[in-house]
Design a protein around this ligand. Structure first.
Ligand SMILES: Nc1ncnc2c1ncn2[C@@H]1O[C@H](COP(=O)(O)OP(=O)(O)OP(=O)(O)O)[C@@H](O)[C@H]1O
Ligand SMILES: [Mg+2]
Length: 256
């Protein structure tokens, strides 16, 4: 892992890692996002909260390149980008852990970790399976994610273990920004604590982290700043140290 390179590398500029300006996304007659602007910088954990259907996953998928917004700008360290598929955002060092995880259940853990980015050798592009397994194990060990074996198929894992694999993969490949949509919704207490520890480490490494969570206690534990979404728009934006969960709840519900 390139821990040092991440921590001390990057660009000299102080531009936000990710900046969204007035993003609007419609699905037929439904406006899922309306003029949403936000930014996330290196070494910062930013949370997005809001009720079901507020547009959080749509916003994340727009950053990932799954959706193409009709209006607005996405900037990565100041550079205007236009992603039309997830590979485009990956090239910019952005990794996303989706709400539905997007792992291949019938493939083993190591294969999932390197899906679409397989290590190969020689002109015949022979898969370096043993090396991929070794590295996959190293990633899991680093984040203390316990699984029976990297050869185990994802289908046989518990929800928490799957989440661990998805987060391990994102942390390994995400050189700039890691985005997580409800990473602990399906997890128990100990597993949730482990994921939160991983988030703290991402921040220490100088990554930018964007997390969607319904768990306000968690948001207050891990995040530096909070954006509140309501019905596709931004209802407010607060610094964690200067707000309370009561205030955030009233922004979420619109009942001040
Ligand atoms: N692919 C799609 N096609 C049509 N409508 C969609 C699509 N994806 C999302 N929507 C709509 O956009 C709105 C926002 O959905 P989104 O999934 O972003 O909400 P969310 O904030 O992530 O909710 P949750 O907390 O339940 O995950 C909803 O009205 C939803 O029905
Ligand atoms: Mg969602």
């Amino acid at each position: 892992m390139e821990t040092e390179a991440r921590a001390s590398g990057g660009t000299a500029v102080d531009l936000p890692t990710l900046e969204l300006r007035s993003i609007t996304k419609r699905f037929g007659g439904v406006t899922a996002l309306s003029g949403v602007s936000l930014e996330v910088s290196r070494g910062e954990v930013v949370a997005i909260v809001g009720d079901n259907g507020a547009g959080k996953s749509t916003l994340i998928k727009s950053v990932a390149g799954v959706h193409s917004p009709e209006e607005g700008e996405i900037r990565i360290e100041g550079e205007l980008v236009r992603f039309s598929e997830p590979n485009d955002s990956r090239e910019y060092g952005i990794e996303v852990v989706y709400q539905d995880l997007a792992l291949a259940p019938n493939l083993d853990i190591a294969t999932n970790m390197f899906l679409g980015r397989e290590l190969v050798r020689g002109p015949l592009q022979i898969l370096r399976k043993r090396e991929m397994r070794r590295q996959a194990q190293e990633i899991l060990d680093e984040f203390k994610i316990r699984v029976p074996s990297v050869r185990a198929t994802v289908r046989t894992l518990s929800g928490g273990q799957r989440q661990g694999v998805a987060i391990g993969r994102a942390t390994h490949w995400g050189k700039r920004l890691v985005v997580m949509d409800e990473p602990t919704a399906a997890l128990g207490v100990a597993e949730t604590a482990r994921v939160e520890a991983i988030i703290h480490r991402m921040r220490e490494r100088g990554l930018a982290v964007l997390i969607v969570s319904h768990n306000l206690d968690q948001v207050f534990r891990v995040a530096d700043r909070i954006y509140v979404m309501r019905r596709g728009s931004l209802a407010g934006h607060r610094t964690v140290s200067e707000t309370t969960s009561n205030e955030i709840v009233s922004l979420i519900t619109g009942l001040a």
